[in-house]
Design a protein around this ligand. Structure first.
Ligand SMILES: CCCCCCCCCCCCC/C=C/[C@@H](O)[C@H](CO)NC(=O)CCCCCCCCCCCCCCC
Ligand SMILES: Nc1ncnc2c1ncn2[C@@H]1O[C@H](COP(=O)(O)OP(=O)(O)OP(=O)(O)O)[C@@H](O)[C@H]1O
Ligand SMILES: [Ca+2]
Length: 554
């Protein structure tokens, strides 16, 4: 590693022991002088040095001069003659920094350094602050939306007690809006908010709340750029503002899959250090009408039915999904239809390659450079890609498109464990009609290490676009009946009514679009590569070995 030049080096006290403290532009390190002397020339525990600690400057949250709490300062009383260097260290400053705990969780630790001279103390505070000011990726001003009714209705409490103190410690200014109705945040962002004032938007809530923020920002961006969202062929304009998610919902899948945990403090710290994670967005259309965007799951059949049933049980909170899950599982409905898709080409991997998307993912990086040279922007013209569309007709228990892994506490590896956050593709999972027992086996594999795609009735494809048409679509679509004339229309409607009444025709399901029910079943979906950015860095690889003293990977 390139050697960084030292900015400061002083002997300072930490908890009455003398340390050599050094700062360069990358690392703040402190080493216990007595322990260091004792171990000179002796190799201890590999590369680890006892009594040595370090923090990357990019993970320092703040530095603050500490009010002197020494009992003997300025009291006019007789003072004890200093016995050790520590006794004379009356001035102090505290450094707040990120520390990793278990399961990708972070928390804010701190260390207080005592100095003998006030000027030295100020020099340290000033120099560290100068280094922090160089980190221009860090947000200074945020617009925060809190959904007080998401998840267990603890959004406001979580923000006030766990997040606001961290933002204030990091000198981030905030404008906070507690939402008063569904779509309040979306509409405010779309039409009113003065976005120039902010470096990012934060949502406190679940996936539904995130979806509101994302829709507000993406639509605002397209309006300003004159892009018609109703046209599936348009290249959408990416959003400049990053989005932070403070998890306070029922599934929190977007947060879990981009940070690795659903811990509000961890998310707040990722925002403070100014992380940036690009993310794909699917646009969903019905004919020439834009319906919604999706970042996580587009699910027809099983997940559509779970959601439809669970919406009636919102009062139950997160447990509604389990109750509706069991009910939907037992009803074991299948749906007929046609899925067509445009497979992803190039070095984008496959859904079964076990190449999980992690911090700095090479597949997503490649997609990013391809995007820059305009390589992965598809033309959606049917004429051009007619040959490459694959068409599958069948009876399905579930049709799922996972644009990211969809990892969440219910399924820690997610619906598609190898899906990527920012590769411009979605993993299309087709679960064909099978026995209840087989479907249960498939579901169970979402909760353990076994491969959920390793079943004869499951197929999975990495795609850039797909379409779905349910069988008997004609019944409720005026558009499809245009050519059949009034007599034909009457005739078809009658067949549909009759068959619905006798129950011999399987009905249609709904699409679950990131937790919202879509109003149409025939849809066209296109993935837009890296349209938004989050305050996240993807899931970090677990450190192979952590230095027990410095807590740095060695
Ligand atoms: C036997 C245990 C099997 C457990 C299988 C668990 C698979 C869980 C996969 C979760 C995937 C979540 C994808 C994320 C979707 C979000 O955009 C969306 C909005 O928040 N959430 C949901 O739609 C919420 C979807 C919630 C789905 C919950 C499904 C629960 C199924 C329970 C089946 C039980 C069968 C028991 C038989 C006796
Ligand atoms: N003040 C409000 N009153 C009623 N509904 C609201 C309000 N603010 C936001 N909402 C809506 O509440 C819905 C659910 O919120 P949220 O996503 O935060 O929690 P959740 O559904 O419990 O969690 P998840 O989406 O992770 O399953 C969102 O779709 C959002 O539009
Ligand atoms: Ca993707």
């Amino acid at each position: 590693m390139e050697k960084q030049s030292r900015l400061l080096c002083s002997e300072l006290c930490v908890q009455s022991r003398l340390y050599e403290v050094t700062l360069n532009c990358a690392i703040l390190a402190w080493k216990d002088i007595q322990i260091a002397k004792k171990h000179t020339g002796r190799a201890i525990y590999g590369a680890v040095k006892a009594g040595s600690y370090c923090v990357p400057v990019c993970e320092i949250i703040a530095v603050q001069e500490k009010e002197d709490d020494s009992p003997c300062k300025n009291t006019g009383k007789w003072q004890k003659v200093p016995q050790s260097p520590a006794d004379s260290c009356q001035h102090a400053f505290t450094v707040f920094y990120v520390e990793r705990t278990r399961q990708h969780c972070w928390w804010c630790n701190n260390v207080t350094f005592h100095c003998s001279e006030h000027s030295l103390c100020l020099l340290w505070v000033q120099t560290i602050r100068e280094q922090l000011a160089l980190m221009t990726n860090r947000p200074k001003s945020l617009l925060v939306y809190i959904n007080p009714y998401g998840g267990k209705q603890r959004g406001k409490q979580i923000y006030d007690h766990k997040v606001a103190p961290i933002f204030s410690r990091a000198s981030i200014s905030t404008d906070v809006i507690v939402t008063e109705r569904a779509n309040h945040a979306r509409d405010h962002l779309k039409t009113e908010a003065d976005l120039k004032k902010y470096d990012g938007v934060v949502c406190v809530g679940g996936d539904g709340m995130f979806s509101e923020i994302m829709h507000g920002l993406v639509s605002r961006m397209q309006q300003e750029a004159g892009v018609d969202e109703n046209s599936i062929e348009e290249t959408l304009m990416p959003c400049g503002l990053r989005i932070g998610i403070i998890p306070a919902g029922s599934t929190d899948c977007v947060c879990f899959a981009t940070v690795g945990s659903n811990d509000p403090v961890t998310s707040a710290l990722h925002i403070v250090v100014g992380d940036s994670q690009p993310m794909d967005i699917c646009s969903v259309h019905n004919e020439d009408r834009f319906l919604r965007y999706s970042v996580s799951l587009l699910g027809y059949g099983f997940y559509g039915d779970v959601l439809t049933d669970s919406e009636r049980k919102r009062w139950m909170g997160p447990a509604r999904y389990d109750i509706s899950g069991v009910k939907t599982f037992l009803s074991h409905r299948y749906y007929e239809g046609t899925v067509s898709f445009l497979p992803a080409e190039g070095n984008l991997g496959t859904p079964r390659d076990k190449m999980q998307c992690r911090t700095g993912c090479s597949v997503c990086r490649q997609s990013s450079s391809d995007k820059l040279v305009g390589k992965n922007e598809d033309s959606v013209s049917d004429a051009e890609c007619q040959d490459t569309w694959t068409v599958i007709r069948g009876k399905f228990l579930a049709i799922n498109a996972a644009s990211m892994s969809c990892a969440c506490p219910r399924s820690p590896k997610g619906l598609s464990p190898s899906a990527h956050l920012a590769d411009g593709t979605t993993d299309l999972i087709l679960v064909r009609k099978c026995s209840r027992l087989d479907f249960l086996r498939h579901l169970l594999r979402h909760t353990n290490k076994d491969d959920q795609f390793d079943h004869s009735f499951v197929e999975v494809y990495r795609v850039k676009q797909f379409r779905f048409t349910p069988r008997y679509q004609e019944c409720d679509s005026e558009v499809d009946l245009r050519d059949s004339g009034a007599t034909g229309k009457r005739f078809l409607s009658q067949i549909c009514r009759e068959h619905r009444a006798c129950g011999c025709m399987p009905s249609q399901s709904n699409w679950n679009c990131d937790g919202e029910i879509l109003p149409h079943t025939a849809i066209q979906v296109r993935v837009h590569c890296q349209l938004i950015k989050l305050f996240a860095r993807g899931i970090e690889e677990q450190q192979v070995f952590e230095d027990p003293y410095t807590h740095c990977a060695i």
